[in-house]
Design a binder for this molecule. Structure first.
Ligand SMILES: *Cc1c(COP(=O)(O)O)cnc(C)c1O
Ligand code: SF4
Length: 337
């Protein structure tokens, strides 16, 4: 007979999984049968940006493989502390487009709200790794300023919840925030940028689906999946549940050296996303943030790669190759060779 205790473990709440995420490199390496002493110089990299990863994400990694494409996304590396010309703290100049705390207004018709500073994973290439979150982590009181700003700008049709990861916030918090956004008549679309369907699929609960479906706004969710191995059954189930709740699903990927910088991986990723009813949206060139230069793929190489991707996929499965340009009025599309 199967003991009852297994059921309890399987239904562990997302909050508990989030609390128990791995923050200690020793714990991560022993979980993956890797020898910590083989990697000197981690301490300084960790000081700049701590380790965070959920068990659900680690479970998709191959034990014993230092080059696992999911491990490389979270693995602190000594080389992060090397300085490289052009790799800076605020590569997108977001602080210049930050009119009130927690709100970034850079592009016409849409604003980005920094819903929470928390993430269930720390991606080493993240452009927000050096962002002054403490000054941009609004309390309930501060929402009023951001909401007043949106209300005073009738051209804003779309509000993007970003972070951090907005789904790291509680259902109740999201419910209150979304209903206040929906009270602003000219806002039509709610967009959520999240990595949790891949990193913590247990977050996609029936209660969350209710919160995301019950308001009048059209809802788009942009997930952030970099590699086909991230799409295991638990994540596919979460995506199907979101899709069944009439949430339009799109994906953005960051092109990362040693992780997904080959046509075969990108083609497989598009096919697997589509099988989960997610359409590829953007393929981003790396934002040149301090500490992430080892992930950089040159523009010309990216363009060559895209030629092979384009030759192998139907048009609707080809993501747009873009670079974020602090001075441009949109993400800047790169011409394909
Ligand atoms: C990427 C981004 C958006 C959204 O751009 P889309 O092209 O609509 O996906 C909005 N605001 C900021 C600050 C962004 O960085
Ligand atoms: S904001 Fe997104 S990319 Fe950055 S660490 Fe969090 S989940 Fe990763």
């Amino acid at each position: 007979m199967i003991p009852l205790i297994t059921t309890i473990w399987q239904t562990e709440s997302w909050q508990r999984q989030m609390q128990q995420m791995i923050r200690d490199p020793g714990q991560l390496f022993s979980r993956l049968n890797l020898d910590l002493s083989a990697r000197p110089g981690l301490a300084e990299a960790l000081e700049q940006f701590p380790l965070r990863v959920t068990e659900a994400f680690v479970a998709k990694m191959q034990a014993g493989d230092w080059n696992d494409p999911l491990l490389l996304q979270v693995l602190p590396q000594a080389q992060e502390t090397n300085l490289h010309a052009g790799f800076v703290d605020d590569p997108l100049a977001e602080l210049e487009a930050n009119p009130v705390p927690g709100l970034i207004h850079k592009y016409h018709g849409r604003v980005l709200l920094i819903t929470t500073s928390a993430c269930a994973i720390h991606c080493r290439y993240c452009f927000r790794r050096n962002f002054p979150y403490n000054e941009n982590n609004p309390s309930q009181k501060d929402w009023q300023q951001a909401l007043d700003y949106i209300a005073a700008h009738p051209e804003i049709h779309e509000v993007i919840l970003s972070g951090g990861d907005p789904l790291a916030a509680s259902d109740d918090y999201l419910d209150r925030l979304i209903s206040r956004i929906a009270d602003i008549p000219h806002v039509e679309t709610l967009r959520i940028h999240t990595r949790l369907p891949l990193v913590l699929p247990a977050r996609i609960t029936a209660e969350l689906l209710t919160v995301l479906s019950k308001h009048r706004l059209t809802t788009v969710m942009v997930i952030h999946c970099n590699h086909p191995n991230e799409l295991d059954q638990a994540s596919i189930d979460a995506l199907n549940a979101l899709n069944d709740a009439k949430i339009q699903l799109l994906n953005q990927t960051v092109l990362l050296r040693g992780i997904n910088d080959n046509a075969e991986t990108l083609i497989k990723l598009s096919h697997r996303l589509f099988a989960s009813r997610v359409l590829p949206y953007y393929l981003h060139l790396l934002d040149k943030v301090r500490g992430a230069s080892h992930f950089d793929v040159a523009e010309a190489q990216a363009q060559t790669l895209m030629r092979d991707v384009l030759a192998s996929l139907p048009g609707y499965l080809v993501p747009r190759l873009v670079r974020e340009d602090p001075k441009a009025s949109s993400k800047r599309p790169l011409a394909l060779l």
